[in-house]
Write a protein that binds this ligand. Structure first.
Ligand SMILES: [Ca+2]
Length: 367
């Protein structure tokens, strides 16, 4: 059923279709691909439509020299801290009253942990916190016994939230949705990147000209120890600026931790898209649940996404997937909510790079 829906909106492995997506067949399926330099690699299916999203893996797609060259093309002084929400800098007492009204969804004039978490997310992309840390700023709330701690309106509004978020950034940078550094590298500035683009074409099955025409500048990422990126989509269904229909993610060094997790996949359970097709709101709850780094494999033993696809970093390897369907004319098609994914905390410096291919929006297109 799901696959039929996707077939209707995807340009599907047709020779005449420039945007044909690679057919995943079944999990574990490997197709050999010869690269321009004569090297052979295998494109392995890690997940397919029946488990949530087609995801492919290619081991040793980049040489050690290419990994090193990409890292060198992104010198540390050029790396910018990946942006998170900065609304918190404007949370005055007056604005705090408005925030309180916005997040007190049950209108009981106090905030519980979930409601407070909503404020933290909106104000600063803060997705993890502990009540122990909060106790310095909200002593009355944290003095209450049990798990059902509440923050009163008076206490919320009188709290210096700018000071709180600054302290959180200083002492717990890993609590924020993104803890990484990034820069963009232009293909035209580096001759060695042209063969890299051609490798992307070879493994995705797309033409070299299409890849060169539609590739966004390469994003190079550096995650410090403990760095991570909470679950997210690489594009949005209605985002005209970044219609990234395909993501190819390179791991540029070996590191423990730092796994990429596809939270919208379910390798041995009920595929959430089935429930989504039945009208159930599954993606909202999944997205809020996978924000915390506690959703990462083995983080605290709870493993809330134990059946999701996990890809471990390995220098030179690549993983790629589709964020949306694309029409034969290259236009944006149906959005794949199941493409939600995240990068787990790395246990050392982790280098990676993204290549995104863009589809086009039709004028006036409604998605
Ligand atoms: Ca409430």
């Amino acid at each position: 059923m799901v696959r039929q829906i996707l077939l209707l909106t995807s340009c599907w492995a047709l020779a005449s279709c420039e945007y044909a997506v690679r057919d995943p067949f079944h999990i574990g399926y490997r197709v050999p691909v010869q690269l321009a330099d004569g090297q052979h690699v295998e494109v392995e299916t890690l997940s397919n439509f029946s488990t949530g999203l087609p995801v492919f893996y290619v081991q040793d797609l980049l040489s050690e020299e290419e990994c090193s060259a990409i890292r060198s093309a992104a010198p540390r002084p050029a790396m910018m801290k990946s942006l998170v929400a900065r609304e918190y800098q404007r949370v005055t007492k007056k604005r705090a009253a408005r925030h309180f009204r916005d997040v007190d969804v049950d209108r009981d004039q106090s905030l519980d942990g979930d409601e407070l978490a909503q404020f933290f997310k909106e104000a600063a992309d803060l997705v993890d916190f502990t009540w122990d840390f909060l106790s310095a700023y909200l002593p009355k709330a944290t003095a209450a016994a049990g798990d059902r701690r509440q923050v009163s309106q008076k206490e919320f509004i009188s709290t210096d939230w700018v000071k709180f978020f600054r302290a959180a950034k200083k002492h717990h940078p890993d609590w924020f949705a993104r803890h990484s550094y990034q820069t963009f590298v232009e293909y035209s500035d580096h001759a060695f990147l042209q063969p890299v683009l051609d490798k992307v074409a070879a493994v995705t099955g797309l033409s070299k000209s299409l890849v060169r025409r539609t590739a966004e500048s390469m994003q190079v990422l550096l995650y410090p120890e403990g760095g991570h990126y909470s679950c997210h989509h690489d594009t949005a269904p209605d985002n005209p600026d970044f219609p990234r229909f395909l993501t190819l993610f390179f791991f540029l060094n070996d590191v423990d931790g730092g796994e990429t997790v596809f939270f919208g996949t379910d390798l041995n359970g009920t595929y959430p898209e089935d429930r989504f097709a039945a009208g159930e709101d599954v993606w909202g709850p999944i997205e809020s649940k996978c924000q915390s780094v506690r959703s990462c494999p083995g983080f605290d033993g709870s493993s809330p996404f134990a059946s999701s696809l996990v890809v471990k970093p390995r220098a030179g390897s690549a993983v790629f997937w589709y964020n949306m369907a694309v029409t034969n004319e290259g236009h944006v098609g149906r959005f794949y909510w199941s493409s939600i994914h995240g990068g787990c905390p790395s246990k050392g410096e982790k280098w990676a790079a993204n290549i995104w291919l863009h589809a086009a929006h039709r004028a006036g297109q409604e998605l």
